[in-house]
Design a protein around this ligand. Structure first.
Ligand code: PLP
Length: 277
């Protein structure tokens, strides 16, 4: 008998193909049309699902992951959630070094997904042994049969968005996109997406969003990492106190910086007051 059940085999098959939604009220004082690529529709609630599945399946193809292997990562929370989700479905152990800046509910969610979580101080330099980068590296060297995703320095991060996020945007806009605005943390999303879009139409402007307290904008403008730019801020997931090699600075036209307050208020306006209620 013909199998009439139309189901996905697991939720990993639902990663990507996120909707593009027109922004109406929040942009009413601006000329032009604005759209949001709602990456929160991924099963792990963010674009980080795309890199988790891509990097883990690439490691499987290379034979680096076997049953019972451990996947280790440095994360402000969202990549960790995606990796924990992919790990639990595929049967791997997951260890995450998380910044103390990540919210308590995010950390609880990671633990509830089966991950072993190490909370590391946020406001120490990247080479400090207590930083989440160094803790993840140490755990990787101490854990047999483990891989380290290393999203800030892994070129597969950018590759995960190339011909995926970008192709979706290109098709959803019918090739009419003129500007792409994306926050930059590891830089994988903006770089992978921008590379493809610029190949289709070099005049598309790529605008990265950086945080006050981060070094990315100044590095893009001057080519130097100015440690005077570094100070604590609260927004999670954008800006950095180091230069990630997962960012291709050449495909980004301009960076703008945002403060904690304007980010929080705008996120609130989009999600609660103006657009989605
Ligand atoms: C939910 C979410 N979106 C976007 C980003 C930034 O993307 P990328 O790291 O690719 O620059 C982050 C970074 O942590 C994130 O957590």
């Amino acid at each position: 008998m013909e199998n009439k059940i139309k189901a996905n085999n697991n939720i990993l098959e639902l990663i990507g193909k996120t909707p593009l939604v027109k922004l109406n009220r929040i942009t009413e004082n601006f000329k032009g049309d604005f759209y949001a690529k709602v990456e929160a529709f991924n099963p792990g609630h963010s674009s980080k699902d795309r890199i988790a599945i891509h990097i883990i399946e690439e490691a499987e193809r290379k034979g680096l992951l076997k049953e019972g292997s451990t996947i280790i990562e440095t994360t402000s929370g969202n990549t960790g959630f995606s990796i924990a989700m992919v790990s639990i479905i595929k049967g791997y152990k997951c260890i995450l070094a998380v910044s103390s800046k990540s919210s308590a509910d995010k950390i609880d969610m990671l633990r509830s997904m089966g991950a072993e979580v190490y909370v590391c101080p946020a406001h120490v330099s990247a080479d400090d042994p207590r930083s989440y980068y160094q803790v993840a590296k140490r755990l990787h060297s101490e854990t047999k049969n483990s891989i380290y995703i290393n999203q800030y320095f892994n070129e597969l991060n950018m590759e995960a968005h190339y011909s995926s996020t970008d192709l979706e945007i290109w098709e959803q806009t019918g090739g009419q996109i003129t500007h792409l605005v994306a926050c930059s943390g590891t830089g994988g999303t903006i770089s992978g997406t921008a590379r493809y879009l610029k190949e289709q139409n070099p005049s598309i402007k790529i605008i990265g969003v950086d945080a006050y307290g981060s070094v990315l904008k100044k590095y893009h403008e001057t080519g130097t990492l100015d440690t005077n730019e570094i100070y604590p801020y609260r927004i999670e997931g954008l800006g950095k106190n180091l230069i990630p090699t997962a960012t291709d600075f050449d495909v980004i036209d301009e960076f703008i910086k945002v403060t904690d307050a304007e980010s929080a208020h705008t996120a609130g306006e989009i999600s609660e007051q103006k657009e989605f209620l």
